[in-house]
Design a protein around this ligand. Structure first.
Ligand SMILES: Nc1ncnc2c1ncn2[C@@H]1O[C@H](COP(=O)(O)OP(=O)(O)OP(=O)(O)O)[C@@H](O)[C@H]1O
Ligand SMILES: [Mg+2]
Length: 510
């Protein structure tokens, strides 16, 4: 007796189709699974035997052979349990209805309950692409799957429900398509709470408008963490495509809940400085995404940047340029996207007061350089905006004046992004920070005075080619905030000024 049932598998973020083929024939009673299964897949034999018992079905006393095709792709995890279960009962003729056009994903527990799995979203997206009509998923994953339109999703709680459905005894209804709400902004963390700090706020507005990386440096209590934590409130809303991309990564990591089946807000990830390299960039035997990928299309905030392990930080260098992380393992190579804005915050020295206008720094020159050298030149080069956060003035703190709210700043950010969307329409570029070197001259036209200033800055500051590119892109964003298609002298001047901190703190310290 032969049966074939469709299932879906996952490696990294890439879903693939799996045919579960089963042959039940006379012979020595045995139950074998072939087709490169890992230990967890092989153990599904025991789960399925028990689940059948829970449905009062005796496992056939026969030779049962399951093949997971294609045989040369590694299968891992418990995702195929439900499909193998269906294949067994179909081959035993416990159900008559054909299973064409249906795919099954989910783990079965010993009592027949269907358990949630990770990565349902990319798998359902592939199912739709392959023309599969219905996917049966664990009830807990149903809302996540129902984000995808044009395919029927069935939520399954236990094996009994599946049997009754396919025996036409009690039909399951497809779940309703989930329409994600628009980006909702947190009203608790608002820029209006930050008194004064106009120049830091302006710099962060530029960062948000162009998707630029920014480094905040300043003494303890100057408000670096406070400012950074409010960045989410001024970022532009996610587009649906961006939301799906980001949600796929969160789906693979098992971070979605039935209440939040799709990420509708740009992620804000702020890992602690004790994080490992694998935690930050991704890793593990079956490579999982790291914080840098979980922040995809959003923001990665590294507070107390100098406290991170230097080697861990250096790992970020390549992903920040390539906008993706590739992890190679014996089990295969996985690539996760990581288009992020990186915001770093740090003190300038161990005591925190180096360069403070009023307080004296108690650190020796050597200590200051050792502290700053934790941030290497190449990493520093990747921060487009260096923001010096000065101590708050008493007048600002005690002032009764109303500060500008995040919603007002966001309006300008969104308007600047709109100009960028028009400029980049039809290209994969989504914001100024992502302009590729080959398009730089064309997309960042400067007038004569701006060009002359740029040359002067380049020679005087001894800029790297990367720093030149980045200054030009920041100038592009400043011009966009100014609704100017051409980059003018004042835009270049403002952009160059944000690269001055490395000379104040790092010159001679590297
Ligand atoms: N501009 C400001 N307006 C209002 N409150 C502020 C401002 N700056 C700082 N504060 C207050 O000071 C507290 C400390 O600020 P914050 O934690 O952001 O400092 P920090 O620069 O990150 O310091 P550290 O270097 O020690 O991490 C804030 O929680 C807030 O209450
Ligand atoms: Mg802080």
């Amino acid at each position: 007796m032969f049966a074939k049932v469709s299932s879906l598998g996952l490696f990294g973020m890439n879903a693939f189709h799996v045919d579960v083929e089963i042959d039940i024939s006379r012979g020595n009673p045995q139950f074998d699974i072939v087709g490169l299964p890992d230990t967890v897949v092989r153990e599904s034999r025991e789960r399925i035997r028990a689940a059948l018992r829970s449905c009062s079905i005796n496992f056939p006393v026969a030779s049962v052979m399951v093949n997971l095709a294609p045989a040369d792709t590694k299968k891992s995890g418990s995702v195929h349990d439900m499909a193998i279960f269906m294949a067994v009962i179909r081959a035993m003729r416990m159900i008559d209805s054909p299973l064409d056009g249906c795919s099954f994903i989910g783990e079965i527990s010993l009592n027949g309950d269907i358990r949630r799995i990770n990565g349902v979203l990319p798998m359902v997206m592939l199912a739709r692409e392959k023309g599969i009509k219905s996917v049966f998923v664990p009830a807990e994953n149903a809302s996540e799957a129902s984000v995808i339109d044009g395919i029927d999703i069935y939520a399954v709680n236990n094996a009994e429900e599946l049997i009754r459905h396919f025996r036409n005894e009690e039909l399951l209804e497809p779940v309703e398509h989930y329409i994600p709400p628009e980006t909702a902004y947190d009203e608790i963390l608002d820029f209006a709470d930050v008194r004064g700090q106009q120049s830091a706020k302006k710099a962060l507005e530029i960062a948000a408008a162009g998707g630029h990386n920014a480094l905040l440096i300043g003494s303890p209590g100057s408000g670096k963490s406070m400012l950074s934590k409010r960045m989410s409130s001024i970022l532009p809303p996610l587009t649906f495509e961006e939301a799906l991309e980001t949600t796929k990564i969160h789906s693979v990591s098992g971070l979605l809940t039935p209440e939040m089946p799709i990420i509708t807000k740009r992620p804000f990830r702020s890992p602690h400085h004790t994080i490992s390299s694998a935690g930050l960039a991704g890793g593990g035997t079956i490579p999982h995404p790291g914080e840098v990928s979980l922040a995809h299309n959003g923001l990665l905030f590294l507070d107390e940047l100098a406290e991170f392990d230097r080697r861990t930080l250096e790992i970020l260098r390549q992903p920040l340029e390539d906008r993706r992380v590739t992890i190679a393992r014996s089990s295969g190579t996985v690539t996760y996207p990581c288009t992020i804005m990186l915001i770093g915050a740090m003190n300038p020295c161990p005591c925190g007061y180096f360069g403070h206008p009023k307080r004296k720094c108690t650190c020796s020159g050597k200590k200051v350089s050792a502290y700053l050298s934790k941030i290497s030149g190449p990493l520093l080069d990747r921060f487009d905006l260096h923001i010096e956060v000065a101590p708050v003035e008493f007048e600002d703190l005690s002032s009764k004046a109303k500060e500008e709210s995040s919603a007002e700043i966001r309006k300008r950010v969104v308007a600047a992004r709109k100009l960028q969307n028009e400029r980049f329409s039809g290209t994969p570029i989504t914001c100024n920070a992502l302009i590729t070197p080959d398009r730089l001259q064309e997309l960042c036209p400067m007038d004569e005075a701006a060009e002359a200033l740029m040359k002067n800055v380049f020679d005087r500051l001894g800029l790297s080619a990367r720093a030149y590119d980045r200054i030009l892109k920041v100038a592009r964003t400043i011009a966009d905030l100014d609704s100017s298609e051409v980059i003018r002298k004042q835009h270049v001047a403002a952009a160059a000024q944000y690269r001055s901190l490395d000379r104040k703190y790092w010159s001679g310290n590297e």
